[in-house]
Design a protein around this ligand. Sequence first.
Ligand code: ADP
Length: 159
Amino acid sequence: MKKAIYAGSFDPVTLGHLDIIRRAAKLFDCLVVAVLENPNKKSLFTVEERKCHLELATKELENVEVASFRGLLAEFAKEIGATVAVRGLRNTMDFTTEYQMYLINRKLGKEIETVFLAADEEHLSLSSTNVKEVAVFGGNIDFMVPAEIKPFIIEKYQK
Ligand code: ADP
């Protein structure tokens, strides 16, 4: 069974992330979408909230599981038996950072292969940061996030 992992902050999950998840789910028998717990990074949503959002957004995808992890991707992948790391690429900036990550992951564990999926042109300008920048001023985020996640974002900024 070919198991892949798609890791990220997903703070919050965007339509860009979801597109990568849907496409990767078609390529592998099982895709684990893993929320990276990074205590040094200030986040809008807790890890549990982000997992819940991902579960809602992927509920129709039968071979997709949601998890969270701390520490190194290569180690978590080994732990769960994933042999492929999926990453999304929007632009040359993503390429530069993702390629560096790839080289580091290779040094940490040769067992894991990285597969890069190019972002759909509709999602090229989407990032979790952009979502927050628009949502904080009450702007329309319909084209940025899965419909079922939108209320959670709005609620967060109403508090
Ligand atoms: P960030 O680094 O902004 O917190 P994530 O960690 O959530 O973003 O991103 C996880 C992965 O998803 C990365 O490989 C990133 O390049 C990819 N990604 C992010 N946004 C998009 C998008 N709009 N389209 C395709 N891939 C994306």
